[in-house]
Write a protein that binds this ligand. Sequence first.
Ligand SMILES: Cc1cc2nc3c(=O)[nH]c(=O)nc-3n(C[C@H](O)[C@H](O)[C@H](O)COP(=O)(O)OP(=O)(O)OC[C@H]3O[C@@H](n4cnc5c(N)ncnc54)[C@H](O)[C@@H]3O)c2cc1C
Length: 379
Amino acid sequence: MDFKLSDEQKLIKANMRKFAKKYVDPIAAEIDESGRYPEEVIKLLGEKGYMGMPFPEEYGGAGVDYLTYAIAVEELSRSCAATGFTMSVHTGLACGPIALFGNDEQKKKYLTPMAKGEHIGAFALTEPGAGTDVGSATTRAVLDGEEYVLNGSKTFTSNGPVADTFVTFAWTDPEDKRKGMSAFIVEKGTPGLTIGEHIMKMGIRASQTSAVFFHDCRIPKENLIGNPGDGLKIAMSCLDHGRIGIAAQAVGIAQAALDESIAYSKERIQFGKPISKNQAIQWMLADMETDINAGRFMYYYAAYLKDQGQSFGKAASMAKLFCSEMCFKHASKAVQIFGGYGYCKGQKVERLLRDAKITEIYEGTSEAQRMNIASNLLR
Ligand SMILES: Cc1cc2nc3c(=O)[nH]c(=O)nc-3n(C[C@H](O)[C@H](O)[C@H](O)COP(=O)(O)OP(=O)(O)OC[C@H]3O[C@@H](n4cnc5c(N)ncnc54)[C@H](O)[C@@H]3O)c2cc1C
């Protein structure tokens, strides 16, 4: 067993750290406060090859393995979780279905500009009445000649307000709850496609989130991904991939909480000495470091299995579950170390705690991860 990163992985980690320090740190507080989409940074990420890292170069990607990509998500999220998530939802959930299940035409037409960062992607699965229970979705797609006609609505679509390309899911055979859902590509500007307002949230406020509505939205039948009925399989497979990205994002947030806590505890003087001299504070820092390392190895392992072509769904769920709960716990500890100042706007740890919470919810809640893990055990 080899615990070393390759030279390429170390280089990409260092490069992303440099990038995030230079371009993301200076705007992270501002975009959190305003909810502004950091378009200039996303454009730069695309130009530098970060918006399609794990995809083949022939389709605009950087051709690196999934572990290297996840490490980049960690480093970006360490500076700004919203920017890290914009990159990861675009890569794992929007490019992913086309890269893994699309045909050559779809990869040329849609994946290539997405992987280059020229087009932004969104993944619209969740509906107002169908979150954890994906099967209770009601969006329909009916084949009419050479076109599918989509009707229904999605919610919580990340990147929705800024996306050029939507991957979405609709019933082609609503009677068949196992194999009746299909996956489609929908282009921005298609008549019948409407995008809702940016939904303001507790955290990751610069990540753009909206509802998506389909009203007699006609798309060419060539925009079906895979075969009719493959939708659920495609969604679940891509969520397995996406969860590695969320685990990495959570580790990045937790690492930032530790970075802030170390620096502050050395500076803050109470009772005539830095608070870091107290064992109570040292133990919090030691626990953070221990759990962050454990979480990092969990997502590295899930990515390693994926890169080896082995089954990785359970490992991805375990990494996502552990890293997200660990992240929230330690972001809260960081606020504790900062005392009253940590509870105030303007401190990074206050933002980190709000950002941390979402990692326990999206791409499957902690309860959904536990269901996945248990169903793997009880097979
Ligand atoms: C900021 C943000 C971004 C998102 N981005 C996207 C996106 O890009 N694309 C997309 O498709 N979706 C996205 N989502 C949706 C997200 O994946 C869902 O919110 C999530 O899956 C939970 O669904 P829900 O919110 O409907 O909660 P519900 O499913 O209603 O769950 C509510 C609570 O009940 C629990 N629960 C539900 N069923 C069970 C059960 N059987 N056993 C035990 N507990 C259960 C849940 O764990 C949760 O605690 C996003 C959500 C947010 C908030």
